[in-house]
Design a protein around this ligand. Structure first.
Ligand SMILES: [Fe+2]
Length: 268
């Protein structure tokens, strides 16, 4: 219960008076313009776009992710080598599948193909604009599609995506009821680090200033789609809403125009 006699802490008042937001673009000119050149070398392009999928497609995808979530038996039958590692290491990989591999095996095959088409279009856009590859549309790409369903209280530990070039994440559902009421209601208690966020951190020393802004925090919403390089470490704060939070993920790799085309399995 709030005690009105207790003064609100100064840092909470500060955050109320300074709402977060993007700075305005700096349009000032300087005599050094046109002489000095500063390039942002080796930075991390990070793409955010809202994609509204028709509800029928969204529900189909959530459905198929649910079925895959409970398929440890399937892993045991179809990939005994991987299962033996799962078993011996004592972990349960709920994401060991690729929805794009055999879409015809699912009743939701048309939806899966449609999502592959949409995500590939976004990935090629990211490769062209984020990585500066003008030939993005001609590149041969490959990848794996899987999902992540979080129950209340769940969080995802820090991780990066090994052995691929980039990652697309699309949020399919964000619990039940009003997100603001359910999830954000106590976020002012932690104004610098609010709940419900997904956190991204480049593993390299930050080139940005102020030096404490090393984390890029994103507040997920249905339809939000993110694309980033594989090496970007990320994690979630615990999901504290009601119902499930689910997202679908595409790990992608560029195959053509590089040494990848030459790689073959070892014989021994
Ligand atoms: Fe991830």
């Amino acid at each position: 219960m709030t005690n009105s006699l207790v003064e609100k802490p100064e840092h909470l008042k500060f955050f109320e008076e300074h709402p977060k937001g993007k700075e305005q673009e700096d349009t000032r000119t300087d005599p050094l313009d046109g002489h000095a050149r500063i390039e942002q070398l080796w930075t991390t392009p990070f793409m955010e776009v809202d994609i509204t999928l028709p509800d029928a497609i969204r529900y189909d995808l959530i459905n198929v992710l649910h079925k895959k979530e409970q398929s440890l038996q399937e892993i045991r039958d179809e990939n005994p080598q991987f299962y033996s590692i799962v078993d011996s290491k004592g972990f349960y990989a709920t994401t060991h599948y690729n929805l794009f591999a055999n879409p015809q095996e699912y009743p939701e095959k048309d939806t899966i193909l449609e999502f592959e088409k949409i995500s590939t279009k976004l990935i090629r856009y990211y490769i062209r604009k984020g990585w500066g590859i003008q030939q993005a549309d001609e590149l041969e790409l490959e990848g794996r599609c899987f999902g992540n369903i979080q129950q209340p209280g769940a969080r995802t530990y820090p991780h990066y995506h090994q052995d691929v070039n980039g990652v697309l994440v699309h949020y399919l559902s964000m619990g039940e009821g009003n997100l603001t009421d359910n999830v954000m209601k106590d976020s002012e208690k932690s104004p610098r680090h609010p709940t419900h966020n997904v956190l991204f951190q480049d593993p390299r020393p930050a080139i940005s200033y102020p030096y404490w802004q090393k984390i890029h925090a994103v507040t997920p919403r249905v339809g939000l789609t993110l694309i980033h390089p594989n090496y970007l470490w990320h994690e979630t704060n615990p999901w504290l809403g009601q119902g499930e939070r689910s997202c679908i993920v595409v790990n992608f790799r560029i195959v053509s125009h590089g040494y990848n085309e030459l790689i073959k399995p070892f014989r021994f």
